[in-house]
Design a binder for this molecule. Structure first.
Ligand code: ATP
Ligand code: MG
Length: 431
């Protein structure tokens, strides 16, 4: 019988990798708290209708990427492909939108895509959403806090900020027809994907990866020329605020977002270190979405970062080198009485030395085999309890690694001095 395996594109994250995840999650949580954002925890499953209405029927996500199924009542449900829709649904349903709200969430998202480096079917995002503020200073805050995050993570030199404004709905409609007119005259030069999008979602052709299409677009009308005055003014203000705060950006006039609900500001943080999956964080303004989902008209802006890609970047950049968690002390005992004494002593050491990692040998075995395990564990020190030591009220402290070119000798320590001696030995080993 063949073994059951994980679903393609849905990965196990193993203990070797989780320190990166924990570091990333903790850094983001601390930083968002410092900016006054509150965490919201949302269901992983929502009514399918929520995503159809918010993301848009003719987007890649809704057309071909959603995990949709009927539950036992015959209601159509979907594993969330992104977090904004659920966050807006919750904000409306829970009556959060009477005052401005700064919210964030994290968790798994699901899209049926072709798995590759930086692209999974279950992936993880941290999303940040700000409701109730229509002005560009809100957009600027989101960009500034993400820029600070990259600095804190030590990856600021690997990322570039790209900005664009996609204007009001009306401006985009006018631009859409101009673009369709233009591309319609060159239909035969477009690949099948873009030809299909010409009918369904022509703006998406702008971020086609096909070099021929990009060359063709050099002659196409540009979105910037169709912007409404308000969007243009807001975009200028955002750029000024970022310049004043010293955040570098490039305006990418072909930057559009894959989801229907965006307007005005859109932005992406991209890196050239991860191959084709270069966008680590993406977002923008979506002033119409709350009303579209049945709430009172509420301006909003947000972004989501892709955790897998950030972890890859952290690994790649070496920003976390030397942070691997290490065992400090491996605890060995031989004989039932010694084992009991060791267990009790180490529990109280754990209370008194909260920054020290103790690995207690379990499962018995000879002294020699336990020492071998201690060596293998990478621990700096071994603490050894034998029956003789217990009778004498002592413990043996044995250095397991050379420091300064030599191995310090093992010593016999009276139980009463164990903690002080151990702290001294750890300090010596670290220097
Ligand atoms: P892409 O163009 O890479 O498909 P997207 O525009 O579909 O991205 P968004 O919906 O804006 O992505 O999601 C925000 C971020 O979430 C992306 O910038 C990326 O970092 C991450 N992300 C999106 N889809 C995936 C995926 N399938 N696997 C891993 N990360 C993803
Ligand atoms: Mg996508």
């Amino acid at each position: 019988m063949s073994n059951i395996r994980a679903i393609r594109g849905m990965n196990d994250i193993l203990p070797g990798a989780t320190p990166y995840w924990q570091y990333l999650e903790q850094t983001v949580a601390d930083l968002l708290a410092r900016y006054g954002y509150g965490e919201i925890r949302l269901p992983v499953v929502e009514q399918t209708e929520l995503f159809k209405r918010s993301i848009g029927e003719v987007t890649d996500i809704v057309e071909k990427e959603m995990y949709t199924f009927d539950d036992r009542n015959g209601e159509s449900l979907t594993l969330r492909p992104e977090g904004t829709a659920g966050c807006v649904r919750a904000a409306i349903q829970q009556g959060l939108l009477g005052v401005p709200q700064r919210l964030w969430y994290s968790g798994p998202m699901f899209r049926y895509e072709r798995p590759q480096k930086g692209r999974q079917r279950q992936f993880h995002q941290i999303g940040v959403e700000a409701f109730g503020i229509a002005t560009a200073d809100m957009d600027a805050e989101l960009v500034l806090l993400s820029a600070r995050l990259w600095r804190q993570l030590g990856i600021e030199d690997c990322v570039e900020l790209q900005l664009n404004s996609i204007g009001s709905l009306a401006a985009r409609d006018a631009y859409r027809s101009a673009l369709v007119d233009f591309l319609g005259q060159h239909r035969e030069a477009l690949d099948a994907d873009s030809q299909r999008r010409l009918e369904s979602n022509p703006l998406r052709i702008l971020d086609s990866k096909n070099p021929d299409t990009q060359a063709l677009l050099d002659g196409a009308p540009t979105l910037a020329n169709y912007l409404d005055d308000e969007s243009r003014a807001d975009f200028e203000q955002l750029c000024e605020l970022l310049e004043a705060a010293g955040v570098a950006y490039v305006v990418n006039p072909r930057l559009v977002r894959g989801l229907d609900y965006y307007n005005k500001t859109v932005f992406e943080w991209v890196t050239d270190r991860l191959g084709a999956q270069g966008t680590i964080c993406a977002g923008g303004r979506y002033d119409g979405l709350v009303e579209q989902l049945g709430g009172r008209s509420t301006p909003a802006v947000g972004f989501a970062m892709g955790m897998e890609r950030l972890v890859l970047l952290l690994e790649e950049s070496g920003a976390l080198a030397g942070r691997e968690p290490a065992v400090d002390v491996y605890v060995i005992s031989a004989g039932a009485g010694a084992h009991r004494a060791a267990l009790a002593a180490v529990e109280s050491l754990r209370t008194d030395m909260p920054d020290t990692t103790f690995l207690q040998h379990t499962g018995g075995g000879s002294f020699k085999s336990q020492l071998k395990k201690a060596d293998k564990s990478g621990a700096r020190l071994a603490l050894i309890w034998g029956e003789d030591e217990v009778a004498a009220g002592t413990v043996t402290l044995k250095p397991l690694r050379d420091s300064g070119g030599e191995r310090r000798p093992q010593q016999t320590v009276p139980t009463g001095q164990l903690q002080a001696t151990l702290q001294g030995a750890i300090a010596n080993e670290i220097e």
